[in-house]
Design a protein around this ligand. Sequence first.
Ligand code: PLP
Length: 429
Amino acid sequence: MSSLPPLSSLFSHPDTALVEAIHAEYRRQAEGMELIASENYQSPAVLLAQASAFANKYAEWYPGKRYYGWQEWTDRIESLAIQRACSLFHSDHANVQSLSGAAANTAIYAWLLELGDTILGMDLSHGWHLTHGSPVTLGARMYNFVRYKTRPDGSIDYDALADLARTHRPKMILAWFSSYPRTLDYARFAQIAQDVGAIAFADVSHIGGLIAWWVLDNPLDHGFHVMMTTSHKSLRWPRGAIIASKGIVSNPLKAPPKTIDHIPTLIDRSVFPWTQWWPHMNTIAALAIALWEAQQPSFAMYARQVVDNARVMADEFLSLWYTLVTGGTDNHMVVLDLRPQALSGWDAQKKLDEVGISTSKSPVPDDDAPAFNPSGLRIGIQAMTTRWVRQDDVRWIVQMIDRALRAEAKDLGWLREEVREWCAQFPLP
Ligand SMILES: *Cc1c(COP(=O)(O)O)cnc(C)c1O
């Protein structure tokens, strides 16, 4: 039996320009700190599975019902991924074919809603995501998005949400966001949706990994119909998404009635062939391995450590001179409101880039600043926790961020050296 080509054979490839870039990106990731709340480090097994022979194979429709022949092994890996996802997320069904969270959201809206239907979603500056009907996307033309907001303390005003639902009669209520450090009252959300006959959809893209082991609550346990998580954020899996849903699972070759009971099959038909077409089987192979890894107790330890680390990070920022949106965190991220520091999100991000600390600028609620230069900075600890930083290390990270933000341009070079030396203690997986 021939064996897999080792990844190292890539390093003697004659395309030196590409090999150099691949090396350099690896070095950048190893020598710097990844604190962007939506990124993570994949395991070597997950990376390798994406480079496996499954990359060569077309597999349309779903296991057992393909169009092209010889699908024995593609069926095997996709069925394993589906079973593992259902057990991890307590769902009746899981679709694992979406190429990204954005593609998954398109699919979820497309077959469950009609053109012009109303979706109740979060306001932009309060933490939403571009795929939740941003005016620059096709979704904004297709559906009518109505917005709710957070209160000044960052919580959701559920009575106001219920009023909005009664006024606008949405077909879907969308919970979860991209830049929100708190948890939600899922039962309350689901009740509001049920009272107006809407689909309750949780886009938990950021926190899927923390839900997997009950470190955070699972919306599907509290009356939600559909939950989508990207696989590469807190889950540190290949790039893609899982759509987990509750309801009757039937043969996707036949269109079921368009009712809430049939959401699982409606979603399967929406992903293929309605909105996305063909899946990438190498990604699904990697996803199946990643799901296996996530079922191991070491992943539970990881998820718990992420949340512990994030609390320490929040406390440390508060003990310095920083203001946090919502005053703290319940998940893996904090959002700094930099207005008291008279520093813009963009300037802060640039300064931190220069010392090898990767973060992302972010709006704060009701931000007056322009979208490309908002007033906040979002910082997630999930990727550095994959490198097993602990509480004391997190304090060091926060102090280094503070030093960099206060530093003059001429001092950034030696801070970068200090970051590089410190990162050497925490190798990539
Ligand atoms: C990241 C994210 C998405 C999109 O996922 P991609 O894989 O980047 O397309 C959708 N919704 C939310 C809330 C996100 O944070």
